[in-house]
Ligand binder design. Sequence first.
Ligand code: NCD
Ligand code: ZN
Length: 346
Amino acid sequence: MTDTLTICRPDDWHLHLRDGAMLKAVLPETVRHFGRAIIMPNLVPPVVTGAQALAYRERILAAAPGVGLFEPLMTLYLTEDTDPADVAEAHASGLIKAVKLYPAGATTNSASGVNDFDKVRPVLEKMAQIGLPLCVHGEVVRDDVDIFDREAVFIDTVLDPLRRATPGLRVVMEHITTKDGVDYARDAGPSVGATITTHHLVINRNHLLVGGIKPHYYCLPLAKRETHRLALRAAATSGDPTFFLGTDSAPHLDKDKESACGCAGCFTATNTMSILAEVFEQEGALDKLEGFTAHHGPAFYGLPVNETTITLTKGSPVPYPAKIDTPEGPLTVFDPGFALHWRVEA
Ligand code: NCD
Ligand code: ZN
């Protein structure tokens, strides 16, 4: 039985770090285990220009001791007013690694996102030309589409037409939650990658809703029915380089989640690697953990893998904090609902 596993240091290809006191509180949770992370730009106000991304990067690097070994990979938030020249310049300087598309109103802080895709056509064409990936929150926001169907409808009615209209555009389907997402990404060829979160490998919609509503399992896109979770687990553990880890670790204060109108987001940075080791072991695929967490993402983004490693060891259940403290109050760490036996060595 394997009880020690050394892998290249993983990266997180979809992470929310926020700003200010929250940034200071959550950044160490990621830096402890991860080499790099794609940093989501949905601050208030959003990170729209190269200048804003540069300033945000500096705030991240200043926010935590030991952060020097960690590399934030910055993104810009696509709006209908985004300037293709600013995007191209931020890419050419090495500052940004992707642009993020939020359909307007799809999720937390997405009000400045895109309504009219014709307005962003020049930016998308420029991105296709320079090889800059578009990270896509793949849900439609139409009232007539059930929230559990929004990903599948987005793929058919928005993503596929958008890709056909923009040949060469590289796309990351962010936090896929359905078999439809798995199938589309797998069959789309090398210009499409897909991130999968930690929590969508663990919970289905019953975990969220049966026996009382669980606000800390509420995230967008919502966890779906069990068949979809199983498709995600099969994809993540398959060794297919299309699929890589994007935790979508999305901290919100407990008071904002445990509320009559609770915020969406699961905070998984703290125990993600222990959870993933458990999941991959359950699937008989521990040998695929390194690919999913440390190789496939850099390959898609055209970056080298990390030079350092982490070691996981298996033993008695690993304690982790139920909550992280911030000056504004606690935030709850994702509870996978099973014991974690894999510890990341310091
Ligand atoms: C994210 C957040 O809180 O910023 N929430 C979430 O449920 N995943 C936004 C997002 O990625 O959709
Ligand atoms: Zn996210």
